[in-house]
Design a protein around this ligand. Structure first.
Ligand SMILES: NC(=O)c1ccc[n+]([C@@H]2O[C@H](COP(=O)([O-])OP(=O)(O)OC[C@H]3O[C@@H](n4cnc5c(N)ncnc54)[C@H](OP(=O)(O)O)[C@@H]3O)[C@@H](O)[C@H]2O)c1
Length: 248
């Protein structure tokens, strides 16, 4: 099938594009600069080049996002622009990559992702909303950024179930080939862990000597994550553990 991946230059997109090609699809990948093999330009924040990028696509895997910029412009209004620009006669499946807990965790970026899901559900397009847990690589980045010399402060009691991004990409190849669910489906890693457990494993492998300090974090968002709102309820599971990821 003719597949367009938005966010092809991202953490997930970079693994997904070659896997979709290996599965026999003709893949183009969209980003603001249109770099890389099969790269096309398209800007969700402005709508520039979107219609050209989406022309002829039978499948769209929508992974583009702007968590550090303006997710209301890119993720929400941008998803609306995407819906308006797709070729409705050609489109067979639009798969959106969301995050487990966007409906339960009161956090600005998650609210935007949830709003983007609503745009897609209301679009009348054949959609699957795949909510995924945190990628192992992303956990590494967060822990590395949180470290202050010999101290690694983490929120006390937060529970997560991270997943390997390579397995997410492989799962997406299967989702693309399947029928549109018209609903939310979830995908997560194999283990329910506290952030402190992850941090101790990460420090052991990547920052020997760093001391993990779990600190209570007040607020509704924190209590939701402590109560398991970031854990997947159902759906398929990746098999690779965080410890295996760290050993690789
Ligand atoms: N990271 C995680 O742990 C995690 C977990 C669960 C779900 N997710 C979801 O999975 C998806 C992919 O995450 P990721 O970590 O791979 O993202 P990422 O590395 O931050 O990549 C974001 C992508 O979005 C593109 N993008 C940003 N602004 C854009 C715009 N205005 N127009 C067009 N493209 C734009 C970027 O392309 P350029 O900058 O090159 O234009 C890049 O390819 C996201 O939707 C995220 O919410 C992530």
């Amino acid at each position: 099938m003719d597949v367009l991946v938005t966010g092809g230059t991202g953490r997930l997109g970079g693994h997904l594009v070659p896997r979709l090609r290996d599965a026999g699809h003709a893949v183009r990948q969209m980003s603001r600069r249109g770099t890389g093999p099969g790269g096309v330009r398209g800007d969700l924040a402005t709508g520039f080049d979107l219609r050209t990028a989406l022309a002829g696509a039978e499948v769209v895997v929508h992974t583009a996002s702007d968590p550090r910029g303006d997710p209301w412009q890119v993720d929400v209004a941008g998803t609306r622009r995407l819906v308006e620009a797709v070729d409705r006669d050609r489109l067979r499946h639009l798969v959106y990559v969301s995050i487990v807990g966007v409906d339960r965790i009161p956090f600005g970026y998650y609210r935007a992702k949830f709003a983007a899901e609503q745009v897609l559900l209301a679009s009348g397009l054949p959609v699957t909303l795949l909510r995924v847990t945190q990628f192992h690589d992303f956990v590494d980045e967060l822990l590395s950024a949180a470290r202050r010399g010999p101290v690694l402060p983490v929120p006390m009691g937060w529970r997560v179930q991270p997943v390997d991004v390579v397995e997410v990409a492989g799962h997406l190849v299967d989702v693309v080939a399947g029928p549109p669910a018209g609903a939310v489906v979830e995908y997560g890693g194999p283990e329910d862990l506290t952030v402190a457990e992850l941090a101790r494993a990460w420090a052991g492998a990547r920052a020997p000597g760093a001391h993990v300090v779990a600190t209570p974090v007040p607020g509704r968002m924190s209590s939701a994550v402590r109560d398991g709102a970031a854990l997947p309820g159902g759906g398929a599971r990746g098999r690779r553990s965080y410890a295996e990821h760290l050993r690789a």
